[in-house]
Design a protein. Structure first.
Length: 217
């Protein structure tokens, strides 16, 4: 018998629920709500530690999972529950308390991510340059972030574009030649060598901006 991808996903989700003895509070045949369901179950017991220890919950995507989960919380037990007949609404279900739990979980996740990032930077052979980039952007730059960091060398400076993880908050920067005399942990040549080996993108030359001609009567 051929099993479709959707059926396989459903089988896996159901086996996880049985394995962890979780209530089926949220589910949908057209969208994978397994992470939302796990979070909802942890919320019932206000179990932040359990949620953070669950590899299905504590992932790099948890921030976005929590954001996308919010509309589903209000649907539990309502006319728009969008769930199979075998879903349950716990007697002690309180949407407000679940939202509070989600906020606490998000804070715990941010703290955990910061600790993981610090550990990754400290263990990296180029940690001095990573810390230098952090100072330049005032945002943590991890070894993984280097995959989406862009750079281009110019005569008087090196142009850097931020990695995707911080691009929503900061823009491009120029590391001038003077920075290597004052703040950098090495020479410009060493920084270029680091970028050549580790940075994931080479930036293209910027388009020349020409102001529009003046208008005359």
């Amino acid at each position: 018998m051929k099993v479709t991808k959707r059926q396989l996903g459903r089988i896996i989700r159901e086996s996880l629920l049985v394995e962890t003895e979780m209530l089926k509070i949220m589910d949908n045949p057209y969208e994978d709500l397994s992470v939302y369901n796990r979070i909802a179950n942890y919320a019932l017991n206000n179990d932040i530690a359990g949620a953070m220890a669950d590899p299905e919950v504590n992932t790099d995507e948890l921030y976005w999972e929590l954001d996308e989960m919010r509309p589903w919380v209000d649907r539990v037990g309502g006319s728009e529950q969008w769930c199979d007949d075998d879903c349950v609404v716990p007697d002690r279900w309180d949407a407000g308390a679940v939202y509070d739990f989600m906020e606490d979980l998000e804070r715990a996740w941010h703290d955990d991510q910061a600790q993981k990032d610090a550990t990754a930077v400290a263990a990296d052979p180029d940690k001095d340059w990573l810390e230098f980039l952090e100072d330049e952007w005032t945002s943590t730059v991890t070894p993984k972030d280097l995959e989406t960091l862009g750079w281009k060398e110019y005569k008087r400076y090196i142009r850097l574009s931020p990695p995707e993880s911080i691009s929503h908050a900061v823009g491009e920067i120029h590391v001038t030649n003077d920075a290597f005399l004052e703040d950098a942990p090495g020479t410009r040549e060493e920084f270029v060598d680091f970028l050549t080996k580790r940075a994931g993108k080479t930036l293209k030359k910027r388009k020349i901006y020409r102001s529009p001609p003046p208008l005359y009567d």
